[in-house]
Design a protein around this ligand. Structure first.
Ligand SMILES: [Fe+2]
Length: 232
C-alpha cells in the first residue's frame, strides 16, 4: 500500500480529455518516432509490441511535450521505467492486436506520490474504459482466470479487486458492447467513469490509481503512447 495515500487521494480527479493536444504535424512526428524506435518488448502471448521513447530520440520534442503537459496538469515529474539499455524514457508506445485486460499502472514504489497518466491515441476506432474504482497497491493485472493468475509479466496478477468493491453484477449490455473480452464476473463491483473514444490529436488524462482496460473494439490493431507522472 502506498505510504502517501492521503496526498495521492487529494490529487485525484475525474478523467478528462484535451481536444487537439497535438496537431497533425506532431501526430506524424509521433508516428515516425514509433517506426524508428527499437522494440523493447514483443509479447506474443498478449499480442503487444512495446517501444520506449528514450532520451536519445528527439529530446527537443520531448521537452516541448513535457512543457505542454505542465501547462495543463501543473508541476510533475515523469515516472516511466528506464529502457533495457538504461536510458531514461518519456513514455511507452504500445501497439496491441488484442484488447489490453483490466489493470492499474500504480508502479512498484510505494513512496512515490502518484499523479496522472496520459494516453495519446495514434490510431482510431477504438476505446479505453476508465472505471471509478481505485486501487492502491502495485501495478496489477486483475483476473479471476487461474491460468492468467499463474502467468508472469511486468504487472502482478491478482483477483483481490473482487473483494474491494461492492460485488454488484456488471451490466450485461455494456459488457457485450465494450468488454466481452473480459469475463463478466471479473468486472463485479466495477463502475464505468468514462469510455474514451480514440481520436488522433486528443489526449486522455487520468489518475494512476484508476482501474482501466481496452474496449473489445480495436479495428485489428491499435497504437497509443502513454506516460506516467508523479508529484514531488
Ligand atoms: Fe494502463
Amino acid at each position: 500500500m502506498h505510504v502517501n495515500l492521503e496526498k495521492i487521494k487529494k490529487l485525484e480527479s475525474k478523467p478528462f480529455i484535451i481536444k487537439n493536444f497535438i496537431n497533425s504535424k506532431e501526430i506524424n512526428i509521433f508516428k515516425k518516432l514509433y517506426e524508428e524506435l527499437p522494440i523493447e518488448i514483443n509479447n506474443r502471448r498478449q499480442k503487444i509490441i512495446k517501444k520506449k521513447w528514450t532520451s536519445n530520440f528527439n529530446k527537443e520534442f520531448q521537452d516541448q511535450y513535457i512543457k505542454k503537459l505542465r501547462s495543463i496538469i501543473g508541476s510533475f515529474e515523469m515516472d516511466n521505467p528506464r529502457s533495457k539499455d538504461k536510458f531514461e524514457s518519456l513514455g511507452l508506445f504500445q501497439e496491441s492486436f488484442k484488447p489490453v485486460p483490466l489493470h492499474v499502472d500504480t508502479g512498484f514504489n510505494f513512496e512515490k506520490i502518484l499523479y496522472k497518466q496520459t494516453l495519446l491515441p495514434l490510431s482510431e476506432k477504438s476505446e479505453t474504459v476508465i472505471f471509478k474504482n481505485r486501487f492502491y497497491g502495485c501495478s496489477t493485472t486483475f483476473s479471476i482466470d487461474p491460468k492468467e493468475l499463474k502467468s508472469k509479466g511486468y504487472n502482478k496478477r491478482s483477483s483481490e479487486h473482487i473483494d474491494l468493491f461492492d460485488g454488484k453484477r456488471f451490466d450485461k449490455k455494456v459488457h457485450e458492447t465494450f468488454l466481452s473480452h473480459e469475463n463478466i464476473d471479473n468486472l463485479k463491483g466495477l463502475e464505468i467513469e468514462m469510455i474514451f473514444e480514440w481520436k488522433l490529436g486528443d489526449l486522455l488524462i487520468f489518475d494512476r490509481t484508476a482501474l482501466h482496460c481496452s474496449s473489445k473494439n480495436l479495428n485489428g490493431k491499435k497504437l497509443g503512447f502513454t506516460t506516467s507522472t508523479i508529484k514531488l
